[in-house]
Design a protein around this ligand. Structure first.
Ligand code: NAD
Ligand code: G6P
Ligand code: MN
Length: 434
C-alpha cells in the first residue's frame, strides 16, 4: 500500500499531478490518492476527483481516487502528504497584488508585501495540518508546493519539530530545461547543474556538461535572443548584454522584481489598471479549465493547463516522492535546511539548493557559494523571511513592520506601516494570530 494525500486537491494543477503519478506507476506504485479541500473548493474538488478517476481508468493504472472536505478522514496512514492549497483563494492573491501598488510598491503573490501576507494566511493552516499529521500519519513526508514555498518551509523548520517537510518549486526544473535548450544539449549529454539561493531567488551556481564547466558559455549564449522568460507568470523584460555578462550567473526570473524594479512596478501598475493582474488572468484561465475538466469525454491532462506558471510542477513533486520511496540518491533542488551547503548562508536556515535525495530525505550538496553580486540580496531576503515567519507565528505587529520595512521592495517605515495596516484589515478573517 502506498498512500498519497493532497491538500488543496481542487487545484487546477491536480491533473498534472495525476499524469505524473500515472507516468511513474511502476517505480512509485501508488494505491490510494486522497484529495482534500475546503467548503469554498467543493465544486472544483468534485470536478477534479471525477476527472482523476477517468484519467487513471484510461491509463489502466490501479490508483484508487478519493475526495473529502475533511482532511482528518484522508490523512490516516499517509506515506506522502502534498500541499497545493491557497489560503484565502485567488481573491486574497488579487489583494496581495493590488494593495501594495497604491503605495508605489510591487504587488506579487510571493514577493514583497503580497508574499508576506500570503505567508501570514498560510502558515497557521500549515501548522494545523502538521498537528493532524503528528496524530494521524506521523511517518509521512510533507511535500509542500503551497506558496510562499520557501517561507513556509522556514516557518515549519524554525517553529515546529516536524522534520520530514520539504518545500518545492518548479522554478529550478524550468531553469534546467532552459539551460538544456540554450546549450542545445541532446539526450547523450550529461548536464549537471548546482542550484543555490532561496525560493524565487535561486541561481545556477555551477553548470557542467559532460564534466566540463560551461557557466561562461551559458551566459554568452543567453544574451541577445538566447533566452526568453519561461515562467508564464513573469513578464519577459530582457536583461542587457552588459548586465548579464557582468552578473555572470543565470538567476530565476523573479530576480527582475528586484533588479529591474522600476520597470516591473510600471508593468504591474499597467496590468492592474486594466484588471489584468495575474490573479485576474488566472481566474479567467481557471474558468475555462474547469469547464473543460467537467467534460465527461476528457480523460487526459488538457494542454490548456500550460498557460499556468506551474509548468513541470508534477515532475518536481513526483520525482521527489519517487526518489525518497526508492532511495534513489539522485540530485534534485528543494527547500530544506542549509547545513553548511552554501557557505555564505547560515547553517540553520532554509535554502533552495541541489540535494541528494535519499529515503531519509534531502541532503544538500556541499561546496556552494553565492557570488558577491547576489549574496547580499539573498541574505537580506532571508532576514525578511525569518522576521516574517516570526510575525506570522506569534502575530507580532512590530516584527511584521520591521520585516516589511527591510524588504528590498519597500525600504520605508512609513510606507510599510500604511501597507501593513491596510492589508491586515483586508485579511482579517484569515489571520487568527493577529
Ligand atoms: P487555487 O486557488 O486553485 O487553490 C487550490 C485549492 O486550495 C482550491 O481548490 C482551494 O479551495 C483550496 N484551499 C484553500 N484553502 C484551503 C485549506 N485551508 N485547506 C485545503 N484546501 C484549501 O490555487 P492554485 O493556483 O492551484 O495554486 C495552489 C498553490 O500552489 C498556491 O499556493 C500556489 O502559489 C502554489 N504553486 C506553487 C508552485 C511552486 O513553485 N511552489 C507552483 C504552482 C503553484
Ligand atoms: C511559478 C512559480 C510558482 C507560482 C506560479 C504561478 O511557476 O514557481 O511558485 O505559483 O508560477 O503561476 P500562476 O499561473 O498561478 O500565475
Ligand atoms: Mn515557485
Amino acid at each position: 500500500k502506498l498512500k498519497i494525500v493532497t491538500i488543496g486537491g481542487g487545484s487546477s494543477y491536480t491533473p498534472e499531478l495525476i499524469e505524473g503519478l500515472i507516468n511513474r506507476c511502476k517505480s512509485l506504485p501508488v494505491t490510494e490518492l486522497w484529495l482534500t479541500d475546503v467548503e469554498e473548493g467543493k465544486y472544483k474538488l468534485e470536478i477534479i476527483g471525477k476527472l482523476a478517476q477517468r484519467m487513471v481508468k484510461r491509463a489502466g493504472v490501479p490508483i484508487k481516487i478519493y475526495w473529502t472536505l475533511d482532511r482528518r478522514e484522508a490523512l490516516p496512514g499517509a506515506d506522502f502528504v502534498t500541499t497545493q492549497f491557497r489560503a484565502g483563494q485567488l481573491e486574497a492573491r488579487d489583494n496581495d497584488e493590488r494593495i501594495p501598488l497604491k503605495y508605489g510598491v510591487i504587488g506579487q503573490e510571493t514577493n514583497g508585501p503580497g508574499g508576506m501576507f500570503n505567508a501570514f494566511r498560510t502558515i497557521p493552516v500549515l501548522f494545523g495540518l502538521i498537528e493532524d499529521c503528528k496524530e494521524l500519519c506521523p511517518d509521512a513526508w510533507i511535500i509542500s508546493f503551497t506558496n510562499p514555498s520557501g517561507m513556509n518551509a522556514e516557518a515549519v523548520r524554525r517553529f515546529t519539530d516536524w522534520e520530514r517537510f520539504i518545500g518545492l518549486c518548479n522554478g529550478p526544473v524550468n531553469m534546467q530545461k532552459d539551460i538544456e535548450k540554450v546549450l542545445g544539449l541532446t539526450k547523450e549529454d550529461q548536464l549537471d547543474v548546482k542550484f543555490g539561493g532561496i525560493n524565487h531567488m535561486v541561481f545556477a551556481l555551477e553548470v557542467k556538461v559532460n564534466g566540463k564547466d560551461v557557466g561562461e558559455e551559458l551566459i554568452d549564449k543567453m544574451t541577445g535572443d538566447g533566452i526568453r522568460e519561461s515562467l508564464k507568470n513573469i513578464v519577459d523584460i530582457p536583461w542587457s548584454e552588459e548586465f548579464l555578462k557582468g552578473y555572470g550567473y543565470y538567476g530565476i526570473g523573479y530576480l527582475r522584481y528586484y533588479l529591474q524594479k522600476q520597470q516591473m512596478l510600471a508593468h504591474c501598475m499597467e496590468e492592474a489598471q486594466d484588471q489584468r493582474n495575474r490573479a485576474r488572468v488566472v481566474m479567467e484561465i481557471e474558468k475555462e479549465l474547469f469547464r473543460k475538466y467537467a467534460e465527461e469525454s476528457l480523460d487526459i491532462k488538457p494542454p490548456e493547463l500550460e498557460q499556468r506558471g506551474g509548468a513541470y510542477y508534477s515532475d518536481a513533486a513526483c520525482n521527489l516522492m519517487d526518489s525518497i520511496y526508492n532511495d534513489k540518491q539522485d540530485i534534485q533542488t528543494v527547500d530544506t535546511l542549509n547545513q553548511g551547503a552554501i557557505s555564505n548562508m547560515p547553517d540553520d536556515v532554509v535554502v533552495e539548493v541541489s540535494c541528494r535525495i535519499t529515503k531519509d530525505g534531502p541532503i544538500p550538496v556541499p561546496g556552494l557559494m553565492l557570488p558577491i553580486q547576489a549574496a547580499g540580496l539573498v541574505q537580506q531576503m532571508k532576514a525578511f523571511e525569518i522576521l516574517t515567519t516570526e510575525a506570522a507565528v506569534r502575530g507580532d505587529y512590530r516584527k511584521a513592520l520591521v520585516a516589511m520595512t527591510i524588504n528590498p521592495l519597500v525600504q520605508s517605515e512609513q510606507t510599510a506601516r500604511k501597507i501593513l495596516d491596510e492589508m491586515l484589515l483586508k485579511n482579517e478573517r484569515y489571520l487568527p494570530q493577529f
